[in-house]
Write a protein that binds this ligand. Structure first.
Ligand code: G3P
Length: 220
């Protein structure tokens, strides 16, 4: 499973890369609005430091402008893919960009039918938002499982980016479904490694070691 960081923060991306956990990055207008500076310059910097795919989202809602914006964003770097919301216009723009060999990540996916249409339109990625479904008392991971089944049934190559991840359990559940990618905020990447019993275990081992061997062996 690939891990993407769901952020536009250069600081977080650099730290994630140091941890060797960043296979790609997803941004959106909300995430970019949290950073200071020109969004295009921020996307340029992100695409330089990240080896894998970087999602940049269009702001336009009509087909022609979405395509124009998509081309402009794709020109930033070859690892940029274009995030487009799953609407009728979005599907049309996705088809056009796909035919121009520009990769699209169809976003704001909340139903299996939307994911099916996105794949048929030629999207390279789809982003089901599991957290936002859970927020309204649904079960977001059911959607991921349904999309996985549909894509397997018809051998679609579209990759599933499990998005809107709120906790480490979402990542584990996404992995259990076999989804290709989980995109997560930086704090979730940290939480994935933390366990209180690991910390307690380390402390106990060190205390026992120091009681007997402190300073008496080559291992300090
Ligand atoms: O990449 C977009 C998605 O992950 C949004 O997450 O937390 O705003 O629902 P959230």
């Amino acid at each position: 499973m690939k891990f993407f960081l769901d952020t536009a923060s250069i600081k977080e991306i650099k730290e994630g890369i140091e941890l060797s956990m960043v296979d790609g990055v997803t941004t959106n207008p909300t995430l970019l609005s949290k950073e200071t500076g020109d969004p295009i310059e921020i996307l340029k910097s992100i695409s330089k430091i990240v080896k894998g795919p970087v999602s940049a989202e269009v702001i336009s809602t009509d087909v022609e402008d979405m395509v124009k914006e998509g081309k402009k964003l794709a020109d930033i770097s070859e690892n940029i893919n274009i995030k487009i919301p799953v609407t009728f216009n979005g599907l049309k723009a996705t088809r056009i960009l796909h035919e121009k060999n520009i990769k699209v990540n169809m976003t704001l996916i909340f139903s299996p039918s939307q994911a099916l249409l996105a794949a048929k339109a030629g999207a390279s990625f789809v982003s089901p938002f599991v957290g936002r479904i859970d927020d309204i008392s649904g079960y977001g991971m059911d959607l991921v499982e349904q999309i996985m089944t549909i894509y397997k049934n018809y051998n679609f190559q579209t990759e599933i980016i499990v998005a809107s991840i709120r906790n480490p359990v979402h990542v584990v559940e996404a992995a259990l479904t076999g989804a290709h990618i989980a995109t997560m905020p930086f704090n979730i990447m940290h939480l994935l490694v933390k366990h209180p019993l690991t910390d307690i275990g380390i402390e106990r081992f060190l205390n026992d070691w120091n009681k007997i061997y402190r300073g008496n062996t080559d291992i300090s």
